[in-house]
Design a protein. Structure first.
Lengths: 111, 111
DNA sequence: TTTTGGTACTTTGTCTTGCAAGGTATTAGT
DNA sequence: ACTAATACCTTGCAAGACAAAGTACCAAAA
């Protein structure tokens, strides 16, 4: 169905730009490792794939927004648990403001 | 001020992905030419520059979402007035849905 | 009639980012 | 050993945002 493909494109397009925001939102609530983040976002209708998420987490870590620790897994290889830093929380506040502003802006344009 | 630079980055990041949506929203209300679109978006706090907008308009036109006509200007060179097409309005509806879904998703993640 | 200033459209090159696809590593059960 | 499940990482491509520089048109002043 062409329409569904198109619909997915539209949604994918809009998801870009709020992905980093979503990661910080999730990690502000609790530490998590990459695979679990993917699962959580998928549950929330915000689809992300590994090839997107891993580089993104590394970028945010390099910016000092996140830090990580290794933890044993009950099954399989150890997990890299990411946690938000103080700087990450500051950034998150910025993003909360930015997001609110965008939502308002769209409403204004719609009238 | 480092904070302002950062703030701008955050906002710029989020604006991506909703830009096309904003263009269609504006053009659904009335035809407009590029420079006036830039002005309108700036008034709505959605900053765009020429190097972003022109290729975007061309892309949307090539997708059949927009069409254009030339019109004399009271002063200066003629203006390329863009108008939304039927296909563009369909796409706009998709985008309205997509936008609403994203807003809801973010709310869900926030709890 | 050349120059200047304002308006408008376009292109080029760089950088960032999303993602498909493929790869590596660890553990437990067979 | 082999397999399956889990988890992390990298590579290469493509799309898009933007700064910067370029082109073109018009009218009024010099």
């Amino acid at each position: 169905m062409e329409k569904n493909v198109n619909t997915e494109n539209v949604r994918a397009q809009m998801r870009k730009g709020v992905l980093e925001y979503c990661i910080l939102l999730l990690l502000a609530k609790e530490d998590a490792y990459a695979s679990s983040i993917i699962t959580k976002l998928k549950e929330a209708n915000m689809i992300v794939v590994e090839g997107t998420l891993y580089p993104l987490l590394i970028r945010q870590k390099n910016q000092g927004l996140l830090q990580y620790r290794w933890e044993e897994s009950p099954q399989g290889p150890p997990r890299k648990y990411y946690a938000i830093t103080d700087k990450g929380r500051e950034q998150l506040e910025e993003m909360n403001n930015a997001w609110q502003e965008i939502v308002t802006t769209i409403e204004n344009i719609k009238n």
